[in-house]
Design a binder for this molecule. Sequence first.
Ligand code: SAM
Ligand code: SF4
Length: 534
Amino acid sequence: MKTDTNVTTVRTTKMTPREWQKNLIKEDEITKYLDNQGKDFIDEEAIEETIQRNNRASTDRIREIIKSAYNIKLMDSEDVAALLSVTDPAVKEEVFDAAREIKTKVYDNRVVTFAPLYCGSKCVNRCTYCGFRCDNEAIDRRVLTMNEIEAEARVLACTIGHKRLVLVYGEHPETDADYIAESMKRVYAIKEKVRNGVGEIRRVNINAAPLPIRDLVKLHEAGIGTYQVFQETYHRPTYRSVHPEGTLKGNYRWRLYALHRAMDAGIDDVAVGALFGLYDWKFEVMGLVAHARDLEKRFGLGPHTVSVPRLEPAAGTDFSWVKHRVSDEDFRYLIAVIRLAIPYAGLIVTNREKPDMIRSVIKMCTQRDADTRVGIGAYTEAFPETDAPQNAESSFGAESSDKADDGGQKEEIQQFLLGDTRSLDAIIRELASMGHIVSFCTAGYRCGRTGKKIMDALESGREGCFCKLNAVLTFQEWLEDFASPETKRIGDEIFNKEMKEIRARVPQDFTLELVEHLEKARARILAGERDLYF
Ligand code: SAM
Ligand code: SF4
């Protein structure tokens, strides 16, 4: 493995966590987003009443709502509440069918894969559900140096074959905005020869605590992809009970407007999420939709993605207080409702869930993680000192089925426990056999097709055409550079099917000239060129 000669020392702040926290929250960066009466866009009473008012929606009304969802516009909250009220399994099935069709209409059969890279487990907060909370003695604390981050990212890019990462941080002076910006730059700098091509990360997303605008500008300048901040719960009393007063995270409003500040800092790809299990799932779905609506209203642009994490066990963490666990059935249904309610947004399901659950919802989702490890330094620990792509000599076997072991999880270094620890190769093989094409495309972002431009294109279906061509090219690249023999075989089949479909869509969606370009680009990839896109 390449040794690091260009060492950047991690800047360690001299401030104590207490001093650092004192001036972080800027009141004027909250109040500027309140309405004329000084209120938030989350009105708990109004949400509860809307849920109640629409509690017995007729099947005819549900069918009307489903029909209008195909317009790919943010759904009215009365209609969302009506969808949430459905109990008849047959009508629910109609909602599921529509959710799968709308996903295909907007995003085709593409699924994007990524991996999280946990950079630090030090945190000043005490979220009652999280293994990283500062008073949890069951966790070994660690913040990665820049060289360690680079080593982790090199495993992900050059051994596993990821092109997209989400970097994750606790909230702590040692992982402040300067550290986050520096870590992004180090990850983007990786470019290394692998098998037939290059290992590199082309998009770095960030999951970090809310930041003030001046810090968000730093992340924008460092090339952030999407900025994710999950509200956890939109219900204030629950928020207060799981985020103790006096902690940074205890400030509900600072978090509620984190993405507003990001937009003002020039970051136009932002991601919402709720941690399902803290409060009533119907309320949280209404909260997510209200959040999307306020972003649309103020910035003309909703969230780029929606995440739906569900509470998972964590070392040293008592969950006996949890009263709103979401059943598998409700979890599947809430994903379907979000798909219809915020139809333009990507929908992310993570490896917190077990393989069976992910399989049952993936046709409504657009992204999932793969080969995930959530321990600090866990990728280098799992793949020490290796240059070879993980699957180069793999004979395909043990991992073709859901892995029975825990994927080397170590409770004491991770935030929570994972449900799916299979390799990217195994997951791509499974997705391909289910008819999905895995896209490693990051072209939209790099060609300036982000924010409002991409949202308009998604709503009109235009982006789908670009994405399809780029998905095919980037998938071919991955098959050449990282696939095991069996995954390559299944992947080639789906690739040929995609090419046939693209040709069949001439001249309605694609011109003949475009298809010829695509075929030439494919030949160039087979000859060793990389990173070709439309
Ligand atoms: N520390 C930052 C924050 O809280 O915003 C960002 C990183 S935090 C490590 C990422 C997310 O993990 C949180 O927003 C929360 O939704 C989720 N999470 C925390 N504890 C969890 C648990 N026990 N099970 C599932 N997800 C959890
Ligand atoms: Fe810290 Fe985030 Fe965990 Fe809360 S969820 S304890 S803020 S890492």
